[in-house]
Design a protein around this ligand. Structure first.
Ligand SMILES: [Mg+2]
Length: 286
């Protein structure tokens, strides 16, 4: 019987069999902040250039810049982990951009067209095309290896597109560890709990036997609503630590998580101590 253990405490999992681990991507398995920050700043730059308010309406120019910074979650302290760039899909970010342009005085058709132009200009800065290429978060690979060795399938559930998820995994040799993905192209998307059920169907497992790890409350609450018994918050994916719902167990490094062979029947589906032995992982830092 395989279970996860967090800082030495076994996380009991429904009937006791850990069937799969579902990972969020951005801010969880992927250190995406430098890429997303560069992309957000490029979108602000092109919005301001196209809106062309600097000379004729300097106050409007500053207002629009401020709106866009807040819409994207940009700040001197780092990206907001719960902000639009960090959490939302490309099309939701596009609507957020158009909404900021409307608030700066444009009509909706013009705002939407301008946002689409800005995104077309900056799409190449997303993902592996960025000079600030996303990298796996430290210590991830040994955890994935331990899960593979224990026969536990892993999957990625993200609001990035299929191409973005697959190119990240391929760029870092992680594709071999991931049996399924659920992307922005899948329906329904995160944070609908049925996104979890859809991914579990692809894996051939029940959500009630899974673990899900994410860096946003929307991920964690989705998993709980879907009936996932082990739901963990990952806090180390951003310069500004994610402020996560304290009712979920949380970790700051993959080393805190280990794959464990439990030797006693599990308790109820919550954190519970149990007799267990480690299966050979405690991840060195990548
Ligand atoms: Mg995330």
């Amino acid at each position: 019987m395989v279970l996860l253990s967090l800082r030495g405490t076994v996380l009991s999992c429904g009937t006791g069999v850990l069937a799969a681990v579902l990972f969020d991507k951005d801010g969880t398995i992927s250190h995406s902040e430098p890429m997303l920050e560069a992309l957000a700043k490029a979108r602000v730059f092109h919005c301001l250039e196209l809106a062309d308010l600097a000379q004729r309406d300097p106050e409007g120019h500053r207002f629009l810049a401020d709106l866009l910074h807040r819409a994207y979650g940009l700040s001197d302290e780092g990206m907001l982990p719960s902000g639009t760039m960090a959490v939302a899909s490309r099309d939701h970010n596009l609507v957020a951009t158009a909404t900021a342009l409307v608030q700066a005085g444009l009509g909706w058709p013009e705002a939407l067209a301008m946002a689409e132009t800005v995104f077309a200009r900056t799409d190449d800065l997303h993902g592996q095309g960025s000079e600030s290429r996303p990298a796996p978060t430290p210590g991830l690979r040994p955890l994935l290896e331990a899960l593979r060795d224990a026969g536990v399938p892993c999957a990625v559930i993200s609001n990035d597109h299929v191409e973005g998820i697959e190119s990240f995994l391929a760029a870092h040799g992680l594709g071999r560890f991931v049996q399924a993905i659920w992307s922005a192209e899948h329906q329904p998307r995160k944070p609908d709990p049925d996104a979890v059920h859809g991914l579990c169907r692809e894996l051939g497992v029940a959500a009630e036997h899974c673990a899900l790890i994410g860096d946003a409350n929307s991920d964690l609450r989705m998993a709980r609503a879907a009936g996932v018994p082990v739901v963990l918050g990952y806090r180390a994916g951003w310069r500004r630590p994610a402020e996560l719902d304290a009712s979920f167990p949380q970790l700051d490094h993959w080393q805190e998580l280990s794959v464990t062979a439990a030797t006693t029947p599990p308790g109820p589906p919550s954190m519970a101590s149990g007799d267990s032995r480690p299966l050979g992982i405690s991840s060195p830092i990548d």
